[in-house]
Design a protein around this ligand. Sequence first.
Ligand code: SAH
Length: 244
Amino acid sequence: MSGWLAIAGLGPGDAALITPEVSAALAGATDVLGYTPYVARVAAREGLNLHASDNREELARARHALRLAAGGRKAVIVSSGDPGVFAMAAAVFEVLEEQPEWAAVEVRVLPGITAMLAAAAKAGAPLGHDFCAINLSDNLKPWAVIEKRLRLAAAADFAMAFYNPRSKSRPDGFGKTLAILREVCEAERLVVFARAVSTPQERISLVTLAEATPEMADMQTIVLVGNSQTRKAGRFVYTPRAAS
Ligand code: SAH
């Protein structure tokens, strides 16, 4: 019996945004592993073991899944959005680098629709020209690195997507982020707050940088900041494809 490991993205929330490839992997799995709210999105069925764990246990989860696959089980690690964007795929490769005894395990990464793309589509096309994605959590990198990347990205006039903008354990980082942007960008710069995109709780709001406040973001929100050319078109916002 040969096992395998798939690291799969469940998309932003709506089941219609899960790819057929991910659905097929889940249908063939014996084990599903992941952060508790993501595992809760997988339907229970006979013969499927669900292993839910805390979001600070990523390396332990990756080891567990590789051990299962090496033993002949068909394991799927689920992430929200895309598994390669601030999620589990890199954690699995970190473990594989440390523990080469699992190098023979069949591993596949199955893409999903990441939050910034789902949010951008709801708002219009704010990421229509060059853009970057920054994780505002300083759990895995020093704040100084975040601040440097923010300043350089704003100076280079990238549109920006901010993941993990604000949490109870990190209440101040997003306020500092807005203050840095106000030093570099004009007050009219357009900012999209997109919360719980593609779920019944979805809320999309469009404000200017001058109007943006830290309380507009939480851990279920992705923040999209336009570049200097980003503009409104009726109820939509878009960034022209050409730079001027
Ligand atoms: N792998 C995920 C990102 C994980 S980091 C992906 O590709 O989307 C978690 C952060 O993603 C959250 O703090 C939030 O900023 C963003 N996010 C995830 N799902 C979201 C959704 N449905 N709506 C808005 N933001 C979301």
